[in-house]
Each structure stands twice: as structure tokens, then as C-alpha cells.
Design a protein around this ligand. Structure first.
Ligand code: C5P
Length: 317
């Protein structure tokens, strides 16, 4: 038991591997001018939050994906699906030519700026690695993750981290206590590439972003000082997201009026993240957003939480 060869020879019928990966909020997102490769240099502080993508790998002759959960109809199941691309990338790296069926149950808003698709990719990498018994070292999984998308490495890692490069170079950060969030979600998502293009159009010549700008935020996280964290939430992409979805101004202000410690557009938006004083207060903010009609749906969650991980009950040898 436990050897790769044993696993690969094991009968596949009915075997399942289950992996859960979180979504994220950027507590701070500082963005520089577009690089020659088309990406923007970032300095960001990520927090993984308790909205989850659940991925189940099971036997199939081919590589295929199915999707369930709210907004499932918005997720492509063709070759552009990030979980399938992750499976393909792992198969190519390891020489596996087996198939797999990946079922994604979505708990993170689709195209919402919370990295749901990247969470699928992170979960699919771990799930296929266990299902195929390829047992790649963490560093190699991270390398493949970075090729799949800027946020994928963080969703493997989870908790709290400082990101640089295009968001894929990570250093773990200390964080004390639990942070409670209310999220205002829109049915119409925003394309990340479109928001970055709008960011370029709004202004040119941005300075190289430096994590020095987040020293106070990192200190507040270490101290578990939620009001200070709330006051320091920051997103350079917010104006671009608001330009593309002007209704966000109202969502932000309703959350603020409900007493949020801080409000910010999550990543490239359009999800609005409001930091609350407690779990109960997060429900109050969510209710205020619903009552004011400034979000299509609302969610509450807490963070930080771990990155992608195998769930008990998985059939892994
Ligand atoms: O890396 P990912 O595939 O998630 O990025 C999606 C798009 O977002 C990229 O094609 C690029 O247009 C934009 N992006 C960027 N700079 C980053 C990350 C993403 O311009 N650091």
C-alpha cells in the first residue's frame, strides 16, 4: 500500500478523490503598469476565505468535466475550463495518459474576483495528482499552478500570503484571529483581462508596486486588529471595476453604512467584500445589501482558511 505502482494498478471502478479549495479576497492589491508580456506587476496581500470549490475526481476513459452549484451554467465545460487545463498540464508533465472525470461543485462566485476558476485548477491539480498516483512534490505542483493562472499558486497554499510578480510569487504572512466577511455578488461577472485593460485606460505610468505599502496592514494582521485591517483594505483595480459596473458604488456604500470595518471590491470584481466585526455583523451587512437591492445575491464567510486539500473519505492509497 502507498506506492505509486500499487495505486496505478488498483481497480478504478468507484474510486473517488475529493478535494476542497477556497476562494480568496485581496486585502490589498497594488498594480503597476502593464509589462511587455501583457501582465501587470502586483504587490498583494491574499486571504483565503471559507467559500469553497469542491472537486471530485473519478474514473473516465477521457478527460472530462461537469459542474454543479449556483451559476454552474456560466462555467464552460470545454477545453477552456481551468480544471481540465490543470488535469491536462499535470498529465503532460508526468506522462500520464489516463482519463479522469472532474466534477466541480461551485461555492465561489463565478467571474466574481474571488478566484473560483483558479480554485478549481488548484483543486484539480491535487485531485488528479492523488487519483493518478503521480505524487508530485509541492514545488512542482506550484510551478504548474503558476502556468495555469496568477492566483492558482495561492489557492494551493491558502491562509494569508503576500504575492508579488504577477501574483504568483508568494510569501506566507502571519495573521491572528478570524475575520468575518459579507460579500455582495452580481450575476454578471467581470472579465479579469477587461478590468486590467480598463485600469490601463484610466491612467498610465503607474509606479512599480511595492509591498512596503502594506507594512501597516501586515502589522494589523499580526496583531489581529480587525478595525485596522478594515481601514487598510485597498484595491488599485477598484476604479476600473466601478467604471465597468457603476452600480458597485451603491453596493460599497450600503455595506459601509451597515457599519463594515472596511469595504473593497474583491480582486478584479465585481464582488464587494465587506469586513464585519463578527459573524453576526456579517449577516447584518449581508441583509442590508439584500434589502437595498444592491447585490443579486449575498454570502458570508470567514478567513483565513487552508488552501486546497484532500477531503476525508477520498479513496487514496
Ligand atoms: O493569470 P490569469 O490567467 O488569471 O490572468 C487573467 C488575465 O488577467 C490575464 O490574461 C491578464 O490580462 C490579466 N492579468 C494581468 N496582470 C496580472 C494578472 C492578470 O494583466 N498580474
Amino acid at each position: 500500500m502507498g506506492r505509486v505502482t500499487d495505486l496505478r494498478l488498483a481497480p478504478r471502478t468507484g474510486r473517488e478523490v475529493r478535494v476542497r479549495a477556497p476562494g480568496k479576497v485581496n486585502l490589498s492589491l497594488r498594480v503597476g503598469s502593464r509589462r511587455p508580456d501583457g501582465y501587470h506587476p502586483l504587490a498583494t496581500v491574499f486571504q483565503a476565505v471559507s467559500l469553497y470549490e469542491d472537486v471530485v475526481a473519478s474514473a473516465s476513459d477521457e478527460l472530462r468535466v461537469s459542474v454543479s452549484g449556483p451559476q454552474a451554467d456560466l462555467v464552460p465545460t470545454d477545453d477552456s475550463n481551468l480544471a481540465l487545463r490543470a488535469a491536462r498540464a499535470l498529465a503532460a508533465r508526468t506522462g500520464v495518459d489516463d482519463g479522469v472525470h472532474l466534477h466541480l461543485h461551485k461555492g465561489v462566485p463565478v467571474a466574481g474576483g474571488m478566484a473560483g476558476g483558479s480554485a478549481d485548477a488548484a483543486a484539480a491539480l491535487l485531485a488528479c495528482d492523488a487519483f493518478w498516483g503521480t505524487a508530485l512534490p509541492r514545488e512542482e505542483l506550484h510551478e504548474i499552478a503558476a502556468e495555469l493562472g496568477s492566483d492558482v499558486p495561492f489557492l494551493l497554499m491558502g491562509q494569508t500570503a503576500v504575492g508579488s510578480g504577477r501574483g504568483d510569487l508568494l510569501t506566507a504572512a502571519l495573521s491572528r484571529g478570524e475575520y468575518h466577511w459579507a460579500f455582495g455578488v452580481r450575476d454578471a461577472g467581470l472579465s479579469t483581462a477587461r478590468v486590467y485593460a480598463e485600469f490601463d485606460d484610466l491612467a498610465a505610468g503607474h509606479p512599480e508596486p511595492a509591498v512596503d505599502g502594506d507594512v501597516a496592514l501586515l502589522q494589523a494582521l499580526r496583531a489581529g486588529d480587525a478595525p485596522a485591517v478594515g481601514a487598510l483594505l485597498h484595491n488599485d483595480l477598484q476604479d476600473a471595476a466601478v467604471e465597468l459596473a457603476p452600480g458597485l458604488v451603491e453596493t460599497l456604500s450600503v455595506a459601509e453604512d451597515a457599519g463594515a470595518l472596511g469595504v473593497v471590491v474583491s480582486g478584479s470584481g465585481p464582488t464587494v467584500a465587506a469586513l464585519a466585526r463578527s459573524r453576526q455583523h456579517a449577516l447584518v451587512i449581508a441583509a442590508a445589501m439584500t434589502a437595498a437591492g444592491v447585490a443579486d445575491s449575498v454570502l458570508t464567510a470567514s478567513g483565513p482558511v487552508p488552501g486546497a486539500r484532500l477531503v476525508a473519505g477520498s479513496d487514496v492509497l
